[in-house]
Design a protein around this ligand. Structure first.
Ligand code: ZN
Length: 236
C-alpha cells in the first residue's frame, strides 16, 4: 500500500503522483519549488524554520518577514515554523519564541494550516498557541512529546505526524504516546531530502508504529492516508 508522505523536503517533480506535502525551510526554498510544475497531489509549504531564525537578528527577520508574507497566499501550508530548544539551538530560545508568537499572531486568519517543528519546546508552543485560539489545523511534524502534550495539540486542532526519529531509541513516555495516539489523528512522514530514501523510510516508520500500537500495518496506513486526505482537502 502506498503511504502518503505528510512531510518531506524532496525537490518537486511532476512524476510524483501520490498525495504528499512538501515542507518548507525559508522563502527562497519555497520560491524554488513554486516555479516547478506540480500535480495537485503535492501541497507546498512556506516555512520560516527555527534553524533559520537562529541565524538571523531581529531587525533583519522583521524585514524578511514582510517579503515572506507576500508569498503566503500562494502557499498551501505555513511551515515549518516552530521552536527548537535542542542543545544546538537553545541559545536563541527567546528570539525563537518571539518570532513564533509573531507568526502565529499575524497568520491566524491564513487559509492554510500549520506545520510545526518542535523540539523540547512542546509546552511553550502549547501556551503560545492557546493565546490565539483553538481552531488550528495542520500537524506537529516528527512529534516526540508525551501523551498529555499530544492530547493538547489534538484539542487545539492539530494532527500528530510520526517520522523516522521514532526509529531512534525513545523514552517510555514517547512509546506510551504512540500507543495512546488515536488512529484518526496520526500522519506518517519520511522527512526525506532524497527521493531514493523516501518509501523505505515511510515503510520503516509505519512498521514500527504498528508494532508499538500492536495493530496490522495496513490498518495503520489506511488510517494515516485517510487523515492525510482530510487534511489536504481543507487547503484544496
Ligand atoms: Zn522537515
Amino acid at each position: 500500500m502506498n503511504i502518503f508522505d505528510s512531510h518531506h523536503h524532496i525537490d518537486i517533480t511532476i512524476e510524483y503522483k501520490t498525495p504528499n506535502i512538501r515542507s518548507g525551510y525559508d522563502l527562497s526554498d519555497f520560491l524554488k519549488q513554486q516555479d516547478k510544475k506540480r500535480l495537485v497531489e503535492t501541497k507546498l509549504a512556506l516555512g520560516l524554520h527555527p534553524w533559520f531564525v537562529h541565524e538571523q537578528d531581529i531587525p533583519s527577520l522583521e524585514k524578511y518577514q514582510l517579503e515572506w508574507s507576500k508569498s503566503l497566499p500562494e502557499a498551501d501550508f505555513i511551515g515549518e515554523i516552530g521552536l527548537d530548544f535542542s542543545d544546538k539551538y537553545k541559545s536563541s530560545r527567546q528570539k525563537q519564541e518571539l518570532v513564533f508568537e509573531m507568526l502565529i499572531r499575524q497568520t491566524t486568519s491564513f487559509h492554510g494550516g500549520y506545520i510545526l517543528h518542535l523540539v523540547k519546546s512542546e509546552n511553550v508552543a502549547i501556551n503560545i498557541l492557546k493565546k490565539y485560539g483553538n481552531e488550528y489545523y495542520g500537524f506537529v511534524h516528527s512529534f516526540r512529546g508525551n501523551s498529555l502534550q499530544m492530547q493538547e495539540f489534538i484539542s487545539l486542532g492539530f494532527l500528530i505526524s510520526l517520522g523516522p526519529n521514532i526509529l531512534l531509541p525513545m523514552r517510555d513516555s514517547v512509546k506510551q504516546m504512540i500507543r495512546d495516539l488515536p488512529l484518526d489523528s496520526l500522519l506518517i512522514e519520511s522527512d526525506a531530502h532524497h527521493a531514493e530514501e523516501q518509501s523505505e523510510l515511510l515503510n520503516q516508520v509505519a512498521r514500527h508504529v504498528s508494532s508499538i500500537k500492536d495493530i496490522p500495518v495496513d490498518d495503520l496506513v489506511h488510517a494515516a492516508n485517510d487523515n492525510h486526505k482530510r487534511l489536504v482537502n481543507l487547503v484544496a
